[in-house]
Ligand binder design. Sequence first.
Ligand code: ADP
Length: 506
Amino acid sequence: MSDHPGRQSSSALHVLQVSAELFPWLKTGGLADVTGALPGALAPYGIELRPLVPGLPVFLKAVTDRCFVAKVETPWGDALEINRVQFESSRFGWAYVIVAPQLYERGGTPYEDDDKQAFGDNHRRFAALSWAAMSLGQGLDPAWSVSLVHAHDWHAGLTALYMKVYRSHVWPQVPCLLTIHNLAYQGLFDAKHLSELAIPQDCWHMDAVEFHGQISMLKAGIAYADAISTVSPRYAREILEPDQGQGLHGFLRLHADRLIGLLNGIDTNTWNPAKDPLIEKSYQATNLAAKEQNVLALQSILGLEPRTTGPRCAVISRLTEQKGLGLIVEAAETMIQSGAQLVVLGSGDETLKRQFDALHARFPGKVNFRSGFDEHLAHQIIAGCDVILVPSRFEPCGLTQMYGLRYGCLPFVHLVGGLADTIKPWHFGKDDALHPDDLSNGFGFERDSSESFLQCWHEMMMCWHDRPAWQKLQKRGMSLALGWDVAAANYAALYDRMISSAAHKH
Ligand code: ADP
C-alpha cells in the first residue's frame, strides 16, 4: 500500500470531483449525467467521490444540510465561502458548494445570461471554481483529506495549473485528472486577464496556457494535469488528428502518453424501461408489445397521427452544428415518404429551430418539434419511438444512443467517436443464420454527407420491413450491459495508477 499521505488505505480513497454541472440538479448535456453518476458508481470500489460545484441558485436550493468549512479569498479578491453540503434526494453523501453570490447567484445557464450572452466575468467565475478545488486539494477541509482531484472540462481546467503553481509546501502534492467531455469548448479568454487570474507569466506560452493569443482554460488543464481522459477510446484517437482536434491535435499529441479514452456508462436506474415512472407503460425485452402503448401515448401528446407504416424517429439533442442535424433536415422528405414520423426535442441554435419549425408546419401530424429542455418528455420520446437519430459530425461519447439501445429504440448514427464505439451497424443479408456471431445493434453511416445518410436510411428501412430482424436488434440492444460498472472499474484503476505514481515521485 502506498505511503502517500493522501491515500491512507484502499477504503479511504477520497476524490474531489470538480464540475459546473451535476445531475439531477443542473444539466445542460452529458457532462452532468457523468458527474452525477460517478459518485455512486465508484462507491463500491471504496472510493468516496465528493462533488465540488459553484453555488448557482439551483444547487443552493437543493441543499438540505450545510456545514461551513472555510473562507477562501482568490488572488483577484473574490471572497468564497466553502460549505460541505448534502443535497436533497441525493444518491451520494457529502458535496462541496462555493457560496459566492457576486459570482454565481444570477439567472441564465451556468455559462450564459438569459439573452444567451456569455457572462462577462466567466473567467473569474470558473477560475474561482478551480481555486477552490486547489484549496480543498491542499487540506482546506480538515475532516476530509483529498487523495486525488478529478476536474471536468474547461470549467475546471485551471485546477491542475493552480495545484502545480501554488503547491503547498506543507501538504503533499495530490494528482489531478482532467476529463475532456468535448474538445470544442475550450474556455478561451482575453490575455489581459492573465495576471488577474494569478496565472504566472512563465505559463504564458504555446506549450501551456496560450492558444492563438488567448488564455485557454482547457489547454491549461491538458498541460498541467497528471492524466487526461476523454469519454470514449475512439474520440481519444480522433482528437489527435487535425479533423477532430479543434486546433489542439498537435498539442494533444505531445501529451498522448497521458491521454486515455474511457467510455461513459449510462444511469441504468434512471433509464430503465422496466421501471421508468416517467413513461406511459413499462416494458422489457420479453414484452416488447407493451412499448406500443408508449408510442400511442407519445403520438397523442404531440398531436401525431396514430397510424404509420414507417418507424417513429426521434432526436433529443442540443441544437448545435456539432450534432449534424442539417442531415435530418435535408433527408426529412425522404423519411416521411418512407412512412416515418419525426419527433425533435432540442434547444439551442435559432436557424435549426426555424428549420425544424418549418418541417413541423410542412408535415403536420408527421413531424413534431418541441423547443426546450424537457427531461420528462425525453423519456417519453425514447420509450415511444422506434429509432433515435444521432448524426453528429463528431461525438465524444454520446448518451442518447445508449438510452435508445436500452429502450428498444434503435440507434441510427454517424460512426464517429463514442457512437462508433457503441453501435455495431446492421447490414442487409448479414444478420442471418450464416452469421450467428453478429453483434449488430443499430444502423450507422460512415461519411458526413446526405448521400451516406440516405444510403443508411434505405438499408434501415429494409430491416424495418423484416420484423423478426428488427426485433432481434431491439432485444440485443436491451440486453447489453450499459451501466457504469465497466467505466467505474476503469476510473478506479486509473485513480490507483495516478496515486501510486504520485507517491513514487515523493
Ligand atoms: P452532449 O453532452 O453533447 O449534449 P450527450 O448525448 O452526451 O450530448 O448528452 C446529452 C444529454 O442531454 C442526454 O442525457 C440527453 O437526453 C439530454 N438532452 C439533450 N437535449 C435535451 C433536451 N432538449 N431535453 C431533454 N434532454 C436533453
